[in-house]
Design a protein around this ligand. Structure first.
Ligand code: GUN
Ligand code: ZN
Length: 439
């Protein structure tokens, strides 16, 4: 049965403890969560070789193999979190005071982003950023770089050295920003194509064509972005959509011929199963329908929506149209790298709209749902056999309050909710990348 070849001992890991993951979407299907109070997890060469109830599965293993089992009875094994929208260059201006989106961009964001034409600077910030993601249990992210190709090289170099599954791209931006941050339709196209050739599909890295948002790209630049997507099957498209009221009004002025904000992107050929739109707060039903029909996904970024005052995410509206939804931290508009804290704020945003976001659905959106939004659910998102072993060990007693509170939890569901409400990076005691601890 579960044979381990003697020459691959270093690549084998057997872990025992509680295990929790999603098999399907909880809001759509019963029994979508699998919880095993005492599981055996078998990793082979960075992939899931087997998992199941310990007593049952252990019977297929030799005694000497079982002697190598790591005991994590007081932890919880879960898949790595997936951050579907985040800006690595904004790490140094997270928690910037006093503005909403358009002022926030010109006051804080653009000055910081203008420094990323320097490869060393890009690498330095990428190191801090990726360390922060891993400390918080995020193993895959869809990442904005800046307009500079060096910002992409720096990010991918650091991610590659850590063996991470990451998607990123150069920002396309040819107007309404400081001159040092602008490309042109032609240079943006050429530089993106060059970066795609260099990075897309290398190890675990993939490229996203990344127009910042409609106000900072001319119609010609958006058209060329669509051309890049059409000419490079498998690349992603990543942008912002309908985040803030003033932004929505501005887009209407800039593109009077478009039917809606989404239609600006649609006319440029930017919708599809590998297209991810951050925010999507202020959408009419016809835009929702078009998102669903095209297979596009939305990244919900609750801490950002609260921090820069953008609005309340209409979860139920988007769910009615069966749109794929993942979670994003949107650092630095977002105020935390912690996916647990991000889920906690997502819950509160629904509370303000008299909607209950269940802990199962929240956990889904941060794991398997995120993988689905990124069209990566054949590779990551849960412990299904053959998937990449990016997973976490969580300590439910990481803080005095968690230790005190969790002793009153009746079941895994309550524990999960307490964890997302009170937990943060302190809960994540081990982040594993392809089966190996990263910190
Ligand atoms: N819209 C355009 N650019 C940005 C950005 O950097 N952050 C956020 N949150 N929204 C944007
Ligand atoms: Zn953003």
């Amino acid at each position: 049965m579960m044979q381990t070849s003697t020459n691959s001992v270093a690549a084998t890991r057997l872990l025992r403890g509680p295990l929790l993951h999603c098999l399907a979407e909880p809001d759509k299907q019963d029994q979508a969560i699998e919880y095993l109070a005492d599981a055996l997890l078998h990793i082979e060469n960075g992939h899931i070789a087997a998992y199941g109830d310990y007593q049952t599965l252990a019977q297929g293993y030799a005694t000497e193999q079982l002697q190598c089992v790591e005991d994590h009875a007081d932890k919880l094994m879960v898949p790595g979190f997936i951050d579907c929208h985040v800006h690595y260059p904004q790490t140094e201006m997270i928690a910037a005071y006093g503005t909403q989106l358009l002022d926030w961009l010109s006051t804080y964001t653009f000055p910081v982003e203008s420094q990323f034409g320097d490869l060393q600077k890009s690498r330095q910030v990428a190191e801090v950023f990726l360390q922060e993601l891993l400390r918080n249990g995020t193993t895959t992210a869809l990442v904005f770089c800046t307009v500079h190709p060096e910002s992409v090289d720096g990010f991918f170099q650091v991610a590659q050295a850590r063996n991470l599954r990451m998607i990123a791209g150069k920002v396309l931006m040819d107007r309404h920003a400081p001159p040092e941050l602008l490309d042109t339709p032609a240079t943006g196209y050429q530089q993106s194509q060059q970066l795609i050739n260099q990075w897309h599909g290398v190890d675990r890295l993939q490229y996203a064509v990344t127009p910042r948002f409609a106000p900072t790209s001319s119609a010609e630049q958006l058209r060329l972005a669509g051309q890049l997507v059409a000419e490079n099957p498998g690349v992603y498209m990543h942008t912002h959509l309908s985040e803030n009221h003033d932004e929505v009004v501005w887009v209407k002025q800039l593109f009077p011929e478009a039917d809606s904000y989404l239609d600006v992107y649609d006319q440029a050929g930017l919708l599809g199963p590998r297209s991810i739109f951050a925010h999507g707060i202020h959408l009419c039903d016809s835009q929702c329908q078009r998102l669903a029909d095209s297979g596009s996904a939305i990244a919900h970024c609750p801490t950002s929506n609260l921090f820069i005052g953008s609005g309340l995410f209409p979860l139920r509206q988007l769910q009615q149209f069966d749109i794929n939804i993942g979670m994003g931290t949107d650092v630095g508009g977002g105020s935390s790298f912690s996916m647990l804290q991000t889920l906690s704020e997502a819950y509160k945003i629904q509370q303000l709209q008299q909607v209950n976001l269940s802990p199962e659905q929240a956990f889904y959106m941060a794991t398997l749902g995120g993988a689905k939004a990124l069209d990566l659910d054949d590779k990551i998102g849960n412990f299904a056999l053959g998937k990449e072993a990016d997973f976490l060990l969580l300590d439910m007693q990481a803080t005095p309050l968690l230790k005190f509170r969790t002793q009153y939890c009746q079941d895994w569901r309550e524990t999960l909710f307490v964890l997302q409400t009170l937990g943060d990076d302190r809960v994540v005691v081990q982040t594993n990348i392809l089966g190996q601890p990263s910190h």
